[in-house]
Design a protein around this ligand. Structure first.
Ligand SMILES: NC(=O)c1ccc[n+]([C@@H]2O[C@H](COP(=O)([O-])OP(=O)(O)OC[C@H]3O[C@@H](n4cnc5c(N)ncnc54)[C@H](O)[C@@H]3O)[C@@H](O)[C@H]2O)c1
Length: 144
């Protein structure tokens, strides 16, 4: 099986690459990242890595690989900032969908208004509970 991960040098992309590679040696992982936010040191040595920008660079040679799955994490993870760069992130996603369509790659567009999916929103709601969980863990670890 072949998979492609965009944003593979970032937090989520690099962790997913490690997970897939460790889970199943038959999975070939290709990764794209322009290294604007992530670090090459994060990229598993088994990933076939391409330093490219998903918006401005040509990706056709990479997508000629007929991937079984593409995981799209290339973006700016600016939690506090994201409400203010919504238009930028939205247009980035539109560009990427145009690229997929142009290359005949099937994808599913999920639009989920009214569904709480913001990490910041979740932390705001259950932040205290999460902090208490960590405090308890640190206390327990310290008392051993
Ligand atoms: N980390 C979290 O807890 C979390 C939670 C919810 C949502 N998200 C969202 O998931 C996405 C990825 O999060 P992350 O924490 O891995 O972010 P990250 O910043 O660690 O990784 C994003 C990667 O994308 C790359 N990138 C950005 N623009 C690119 C482009 N045009 N072409 C190629 N590469 C590009 C960056 O270099 C970086 O390595 C973000 O949209 C983020 O908002 C993250």
């Amino acid at each position: 099986m072949k998979v492609c991960i965009t944003g593979v040098a970032g937090l989520l992309g690099s962790r997913l690459a490690d997970y897939l590679i460790n889970k199943n040696s038959n999975i070939e992982v290709y990764g794209i990242d322009n290294l604007s936010g992530g670090y090459i040191e994060n990229v598993n040595s088994k990933v076939k890595f391409f330093e490219r920008d998903i918006v401005t660079d040509n990706l056709e040679d990479i997508f000629n690989n007929n991937f079984d799955y593409v995981f799209h994490f290339a973006a700016y993870a600016a939690e506090g900032l994201s409400p203010f760069i919504r238009k930028f992130n939205y247009e980035n996603n539109l560009d990427y969908m145009r690229f997929l369509s142009k290359n005949g790659i099937e994808f599913e567009r999920l639009i989920v208004p009214e569904v709480p999916h913001s990490a910041v929103g979740i932390y705001a709601k259950v932040g205290e509970q999460i902090m208490r969980f960590h405090v308890k863990n640190f206390r327990d670890a310290n008392s051993k």
